[in-house]
Design a protein around this ligand. Structure first.
Ligand code: MN
Length: 196
């Protein structure tokens, strides 16, 4: 089956003024789309052609000869996940099961925020910061480039893209401001709860 580009779960201007329509136009329409096109080109005519995206990611993650495919396929998945981690009017302290689990595993929401911001700010170069479930415990981790918790048998609950293309048009070099805005104004905790 061909890998497809999912639609954004909101209009392109829905996250303004925090993330502009121009950023989403490039990020979804150009960057995410290119990963989809590249993945389809790389699986065409191979034994991976009819597999689902998650299987393609897991198989290519452990095959050094398929590093190029892994980079593109993982980026397809990471971006599809990232769009759903945001919503207009989101952000701030969570509710529901994830709120209780954050208090239990990090001590407080403030401690989670500090860990998540730190992971995003200290990921050198391109990558992602994540809230994951690992052996029943919440953890904050960062991954470089296309790397993804899927490849490490961890369950992703929340991610923020810290590649420059995610924020440069709106924040230029101010990655920490983008991270603060993501946390305070954009996180879709309903989605995070649905993943838990
Ligand atoms: Mn991106």
């Amino acid at each position: 089956m061909a890998i497809t580009l999912i639609d954004l779960p909101y209009p392109k201007d829905a996250l303004e003024p925090h993330i502009s329509a121009r950023t989403l136009d490039f990020h979804h329409g150009k960057h995410h789309n290119a990963y989809v096109v590249n993945t389809n080109n790389l699986i065409k005519g191979t034994e991976l052609e009819d597999l689902d995206l998650e299987t393609i990611i897991r198989k290519s993650a452990i095959d050094p000869a398929k590093a190029g495919l892994f980079n593109n396929a993982a980026q397809v998945w990471n971006h599809a996940f990232y769009w759903r981690c945001m919503k207009p009017g989101g952000g701030g302290a969570p509710t529901g099961a994830v709120a209780k689990k954050i208090d239990a595993d990090f001590g407080s929401y403030a401690a989670f925020v500090e860990a998540f911001k730190n992971a995003g700010a200290t990921q050198f170069g391109s990558g992602w910061a994540w809230l994951i479930l690992d052996n029943g415990k919440l953890k904050v981790v960062k991954t470089g480039n296309a790397d993804t918790p899927l490849a490490h048998n961890q369950k992703a609950l929340l991610t923020v893209d810290v590649w420059e293309h995610a924020y440069y048009l709106d924040y230029q070099n101010r990655r920490p401001d983008y991270l603060t805005t993501f946390i305070d104004k954009l996180i879709n905790w309903d989605f995070v709860n649905s993943c838990l």
